[in-house]
Ligand binder design. Structure first.
Ligand code: PGA
Length: 222
């Protein structure tokens, strides 16, 4: 089974979310798992309007438990909304919100406790340092998304050969049973090459348009 995860980042109004849900067309297929990570404020809207075939993800989670932490959204609250996956350690979180490897490891621990699957985003430079802080017991409970910084939002996806060798080294760290994805300028035109060498893709910009994203999913199924 392959994952196709759409990360909408800080995009879309609630009206646009409703429109996307209406426009997205997909036949349920057991070979692919479609996951959408809308902005946190749209999780409830998505969970009430979404079709059965789309799983819900959050783009982040608090590194702290539920409690007096103004502005934070805890793993328990996400689980309560029906969220099944959560991105953690996206490079934009690390860069613009100064997220640390230790915080990312704490997020994973909270998510695992709530039965939510963490999708850990990493680049080669820090994958070892990040893995060192995560409990090895959690390795098989996470999905790892390899996202080379230069490929994110640049329109320049990484060469498939290079991706392949990094994915192999990631599998050596986390184990053969851990699902590993590729992310970075994935489109309907290149998705198949990546889907063939890994367990799926994490899609940013190209997931915002329902038609484009439907075609990405169809290419993965084909
Ligand atoms: P992109 O983003 O597909 O727009 O490059 C990927 C990501 O940031 O997860």
């Amino acid at each position: 089974m392959k994952y196709v995860i759409g990360n909408w980042k800080s995009n879309k109004t609630s009206h646009e979310v409703a429109q996307w849900i209406q426009d997205f067309s997909l036949q349920k297929n057991e070979n692919v798992r479609v996951v959408i990570a809308p902005a946190t404020i749209h999780l409830t809207q998505f969970s009430s309007e979404k079709r059965d075939e789309i799983f819900l993800a959050s783009q982040d989670v608090s590194h702290l438990p539920m409690g007096s932490y103004t502005g934070a959204v805890s793993a328990r609250q996400l689980g309560d909304l029906g969220v099944k996956y959560a991105l953690v350690g996206h490079s934009e979180r690390r860069r613009y919100f100064a997220e640390t490897h230790a915080q990312v490891a704490d997020k994973i621990a909270h998510l695992v406790e709530e039965g939510i699957t963490p999708v850990l985003c990493v680049d080669v430079e820090y994958v070892d340092a990040q893995a060192d802080l995560i409990s090895p017991e959690h390795y098989k409970k996470i999905i790892v998304a390899y996202e080379p910084l230069a490929a994110i939002g640049s329109g320049k996806s990484q060469d498939v050969g290079e991706v392949k060798s990094v994915l192999n080294s990631i599998r050596l760290i986390f184990g053969e049973n851990t699902a590993v994805l590729y992310g970075g300028s994935v489109t309907e035109f290149n998705v198949r090459e990546y889907a063939l060498i890994c367990d799926g893709v994490l899609v940013g910009g190209a997931s915002l348009d329902a038609g484009h994203f439907s075609r990405i999913v169809k290419s993965v199924i084909a």
